[in-house]
Design a protein around this ligand. Sequence first.
Ligand code: SAM
Length: 430
Amino acid sequence: ADALRTPSPVSFRVNKAKWDGPDGEHVSWCANGYYLPERPAFTFDPLHHAGCYYVQEASSMLLEQAVIASGLDRERIIALDLCAAPGGKSTHLRSLLHTDALLVANEIDRKRHVILQENLWKWGATNTVVTNSAPKQFERLPELFDLIVVDAPCSGEGMFRKDAFAREQWNESLVEQCVAMQRDALTFAWESLKPGGVLIYSTCTWEVAENEAQVVRLVELGGTCIPIPTDPSWGVVRSARLGVDALRCYPHRVKGEGFFIAAVRKPGERTPARKTDARADESDGPTKWLRATRPWITLEEGDELFATDATWGDTLQRIRAALNVVSPGIPLAERKANEWRPHTALALAEDLDPSRFARVPLNMEEALSYLRGNALSAAAAQGIALATFQGVGLGWLQGAGNRWNNRWPAPWRIRSQHPNAPRVSWSQAH
Ligand code: SAM
């Protein structure tokens, strides 16, 4: 009770593919996780918009220890994040998994999948597919995935300090509803998991019915709990309730909120993910905007063109036939007057080849003005150029002589006007 009256710790995870990150207090169980002494206005930091870090509650970063314990972080696997929005676990998985691994980030909710897509586009990683499907639709993909994360909707007791709404909405029937949703999600996830594959289950609540009791069902189906390592100094509690090996976080013991996590291996021998023997797209099309890190093929979805690793070609066809795929790879181009022009999110992609475009470095004031949707004045602006901030790609500019027109998407614009809001410490230095 005393802990619930103290302020919630502020933490974030750095995207090392884009940014080295600041010096500061580390989250002990997450290599790229950091704490801040107080909550700044992240919205006024261009690096936040550029996907250089993700603001995330520290206890949930324990996912890292579970993925490492699974032993699947170094292989070319197919992973699924079944309940993925807004994208905390998916962006984390993307940093933990091998760059050749394919990640399917799924969210059932029609509105929430849009923010999931935005966050993954900003994170910029390759081999990432965003889908908007119900867990039941995964019945069509039996035994496909090597690793599945089910970060289930829950009664949210672990969020009582951070989120007043979690306290208001709690009641016993909410717990029952959540138990039913979790059971469903786990049933379909288990069918979609390969023999020998690993399912990581987490919630931000303490109810045994929503936690250990759900894991027991998987053990009854033949699953074996994988012990997730902890260090006594972290304050994380090992639970053995109902005979399950799992971890629990409490706000009076860890520097973080309430959380539960367990990892279960499905019985059987795991077979490696299939490799499509496909030829790369060799046309002079938009794939030339990508670095030649892998054999690229393109997929059209409406007026958008996506690029993906050709070796995942067959798997992607299967996924597209079974699920509602909204982003099948790197967003490469958008159709404009019968031509492909660079996609908004390509500017943020790790595999963008920046040498293909003129670059316009922005200072802090210009970057914030750009993120508000304003045009920038120029001497002789022509064609399409990449706006960068501290060397990181941000978005596109369209030359119009004495100004650069703005192509930062309207829904992503900064709207808040708080000139005196506390800035992040690293942006004050610039
Ligand atoms: N993994 C996310 C992250 O780390 O940012 C948080 C996921 S949140 C705890 C649970 C998600 O499950 C929500 O986005 C919610 O929309 C989704 N959800 C709600 N009902 C569901 C259901 N019946 N089956 C699967 N997912 C559901």
